[in-house]
Design a protein around this ligand. Structure first.
Ligand SMILES: N[C@@H](CCC(=O)N[C@@H](CS)C(=O)NCC(=O)O)C(=O)O
Length: 374
């Protein structure tokens, strides 16, 4: 009888630990939980008091602050653009808003910081921003020695080149055709490394000019200071639409990009609660898209059975267990929209479409896919 009582107490105390870990509402510092450690022998079960020190997650900090600090480019056409009134629009900016909606209940609770490529990782490490939504490529070195962790890829990109048709370049040009060319790009990027490597492997001698901002790159390109600009294909498309002068015709090549550039959320490493909240925000937008649930019709689906019901906060919901409100993802879809809505409203206007691209859903031959909400 006595042994049974201690077993029950031990189970009760263990549940207490889990609840404290998931629901901590401190300011993000270390939280100390007194817990029970149990030792079971054939004869008896004894309970010993030990201290479990659990370091606070950035998720707690964001929730108590009430604002998500999100690092963006601020000058990446259609991804994060600073408007005249200071607001930031675009695909990446909307993913900042989505994460803010999930973590704080409102998509408006975002403070944006515009960062150049070379500033971005330091800004995470110093705590100036909580997360980057800054056309940032997931690479092995960034994921390891640089100290970042990466969320689900929101845009599958690849590096391409852009040149003037008047200089003899066409859609069929290749890296080998760059021999003797001056190539402009941003510093602190995968771009500069990829092009240097690709040119060397193709036997093309190039002069690589690196700039801190894209605005400087395109100013120099338009003025004839470089023959080629190179970066993620999506950025070339956006800049061509916005900046090609009437007296120049720009062409993007090669059709198959010279690299893989999976772009998505990036945050400091080893913070699982924060990572889960960011990652499942992205997955929620993808799952909603798979079911055709949009900001316009989400209210009709609250209370649905199965995966949709759970995702929107109904029976069996899994959000509170990860430190979010039960309706966190309902708020994301209601206030920001599903993956297609976010993609189409920001990227269709510059000519980027999901159909036939790697950014189509997996059922349509693309790579956009989510694990199940179960
Ligand atoms: N995806 C690449 C390139 C990212 C990058 O910085 N791209 C440039 C060209 S789109 C950019 O964001 N420029 C915007 C700016 O200068 O603020 C990386 O992660 O290194």
């Amino acid at each position: 009888m006595k042994s049974k009582y201690w077993k029950l107490l031990a189970v009760f105390l263990s549940i207490g630990i889990v609840a404290a870990a998931c629901g901590s509402d401190d300011g993000g510092g270390s939280s100390t939980t007194t817990a029970a450690q149990t030792t079971t022998t054939a004869e008896a079960t004894t309970t010993t008091e030990v201290e479990v020190v659990q370091s606070g997650s950035l998720l707690d900090t964001v929730q108590s602050r009430g604002t998500l600090n999100c690092g963006v480019s601020g000058s990446a056409v259609a991804f994060s653009e600073t408007q005249a009134d200071g607001s930031i629009t675009g695909f990446d900016a909307d993913y900042c808003r989505a994460v803010a909606a999930a973590m704080t209940g409102s998509a408006d609770n975002v403070s944006f910081t515009a960062l150049t490529a070379s500033e971005r990782f330091t800004a995470v490490q110093t705590g100036d921003v909580d997360v980057l939504m800054r056309n940032t490529t997931w690479t092995q070195s960034r994921d390891s020695s640089v100290g970042m962790d990466f969320g689900p890829t929101t845009y599958f990109d690849g590096q391409q080149l852009m040149a003037r048709v008047g200089d003899g370049f066409s859609a069929d040009s290749t890296v080998a055709d760059l021999d003797g060319a001056v190539v402009c790009t941003n510093i602190g990027t995968t771009t500069e490394k990829n092009i240097a490597e690709a040119a060397e492997m193709a036997g093309a001698e190039i002069t690589l000019l690196g700039f801190e901002t894209s605005d400087e790159v395109y100013e120099t390109f338009i003025n004839g200071g470089c023959d080629i600009t190179t970066t993620d294909g999506s950025a070339l498309v956006g800049r061509k639409v916005r900046m090609q002068p009437d007296d120049q015709e720009w062409v993007i090549f090669p059709a198959t990009p010279i690299s893989k550039e999976p772009l998505g959320p990036t945050y400091g490493q080893n913070d699982s609660a924060f990572a889960d909240a960011v990652n499942w925000t992205v997955y929620a937008t993808i799952i909603a898209d798979e079911y055709g649930i949009t900001s316009a019709n989400v209210d009709d689906h609250v209370g649905d059975e199965g995966e949709v019901g759970r995702l929107l906060g109904g029976d069996g919901e899994l959000q509170t267990g990860m430190g979010l409100a039960a309706d966190a993802f309902y708020q994301v879809i209601k206030q920001v929209g599903n993956y297609s809505e976010i993609y189409n409203r920001n990227l269709n206007p510059v000519g980027l479409v999901r159909e036939g691209s790697a950014n189509a859903g997996w059922l349509d031959g693309g790579l956009i896919y989510s694990p199940p909400a179960r």
